[in-house]
Design a protein around this ligand. Sequence first.
Ligand SMILES: [Zn+2]
Length: 198
Amino acid sequence: MKSRGLYERLIGDFARLPGVGHRGAQRLAFAILRMDPERARLLGETIIEARATARACTVCGNLTGREVCEICSNRRRDTTRIMVVEDPGTLYQIEHTGTYRGLYHVLAEVFSPLEPTDPSRVRADRLIARLRDGEVQEVILATSPTVEGEATALYLTREIHPLGIAVTRIAYGVPVGMELEYADEVSLIKSIEGRHPV
Ligand SMILES: [Zn+2]
């Protein structure tokens, strides 16, 4: 392949990644072309290996290279709490804050109540199976405040309540530092619903 076609393909591949765009793709491609060749080779190998070994944790559904992920197999985690998230990306975000020490359950895809055969329903049912061993005392629902996310939260609440386990929903609202008059209506309503005593 001619060089020009190769570089264009590199830019095109980056541009297809979420949130990058054509300008960003050009910057990434040129950064790689300016890299030390050995570093670039290692980056390529990391991508190949990560993609080849990536799988869902058999316990929680988190992205991992092992059968059971690092969080599920960490004995220092609080095993009485499970936080339900929609995807591994949300899990990573919450882990990054360093404030949560419990376990997770990844639904991978939010299912719509209109499609009861959706595969992520299976993951929700797997969560119920996890709860039956009796160790979990609280399930924290951290699904998005969208129609699908709310439907998932409602479904899980109905399923979990009969097990006698506390179900909590994380609070949503106005981002810190934002002036209230600029907040969108849904965020404002959610922030009022999620109010707490002061
Ligand atoms: Zn896991």
